[in-house]
Design a protein around this ligand. Sequence first.
Ligand SMILES: *Cc1c(COP(=O)(O)O)cnc(C)c1O
Length: 461
Amino acid sequence: MNTGTGAGIGGGLGGADGERAARRDQAVRAAVEQGLLGPDAPIVGLLDVAGIRESAAALRAAFAAVTAPGTPVLHAFAVKATPLVAVLRLLHEEGIGAEVASPGELALARAAGVPPERTVLDSPAKTPGELREALSLGVAVNTDNPQELERLDGLMAEGASASPLGIRVNPQVGGGSIEALSTATATSKFGVALRDEGAREWVVRAYLDRPWLTRLHAHTGSQGIPLTLMAEGVSEAYALAEEINERAGRRQVDTLDIGGGLPVNFASDATAPTYGAYARVLREAVPGLFDGRYGLVTEFGRSLLAKHGTVVARVEYAKSAGGRPVAVTHAGVQVATRTVYAPGAWPLRIAAYDGKGLPKEGADVVQDVAGPACFAGDLLAVGRAMPLLEQGDYAAALDTGAYYFAHHYAYNSLARPGVFGYEADGCGGVAFATVREAQSVAEIVAEAGGAHADALTSRGH
Ligand SMILES: *Cc1c(COP(=O)(O)O)cnc(C)c1O
């Protein structure tokens, strides 16, 4: 795998992908020049604002190209992928709503100004209070299971709600290459398992008995799921909607929520598969879904943000162990938790920059790139061939805009890094905007219960 920089791997890339890689190189250099990165600021998360806008536009265009004119389509960004308020507002401005799965995520979407009618609540463990709040706001809710539907029955009996309501089904079409992200296996914890005995009939009856159920939801996977399998899941949900509507004798289910899950290419700068490709696979597999009879909701997360984030960390020390060079950096398990704990499933490209933030040249050297945490497995990359990282250089973990540096893991009380958006400043340079401040040591103490320091010792003394 060539893990070089934009300059090094631009060849053969499509225009937009090559430009994104070049913007990333410029941003790393500008971050060093402008002091966002340095000896006393050894780690930072960077977001490519233009890239995020491009992906949002590509998503809208892909579905506009396959749906009948006038079809209502809500693209709801899965907030869990990048739970940063400014990102949610940027996406909102780009016509993308929010899919939320906790009170915190709902609050983030609201803080970003995403209106309730562009918000979808999906969590598998909603409390009565959360359901009540969603219904009073008019946020769409996908019910996960029969017990939750009973709760909805109670709330609906109390008064009408503007919330579009549906049931999440698990079409049980099978898993992909990453078990932990396969949501449509036979025993997945999500939704109503459609192929279990009696389940399909239960779902149909649930709709016939409740005229207010108008949506149907299936999210059949994430990274590691082939497009054809995703399309199969959508196809199963569509067939069920058709069956419900036929038995109801009217178009009761008016909207299908097809979830997210488009995989991301972590092996190069190429965007693949594209939203366009997925939309075409879907139209091929489920033409009836696009003929204008159904509204659509999508819930993409990783594919909207992953390629627009970079975590850059200073090489504090460069050493050698057992003959292998090891670069000890400030990015490890706290910002790349999945990669550190499951390196086989989540390899990341690492780009090498020198102390000025310029792409490092030089022959490939097999080396380890380590993080700052105190356990041996805290490694971003093992045995990776790339230009030798030396003290004062920077290591950049690429494609980390979703499920990485925004998902801090507080191991060793390592501080959450600051996150900055970058854009061309209009004069040939790069302008940064603060998306999230770096966490201070005082905040770490406060979050660790600093205000309760004598809670366990004051009594009896
Ligand atoms: C996580 C999740 C998504 C987003 O998945 P991605 O793989 O990030 O696109 C969408 N819908 C639901 C219900 C989810 O749990």
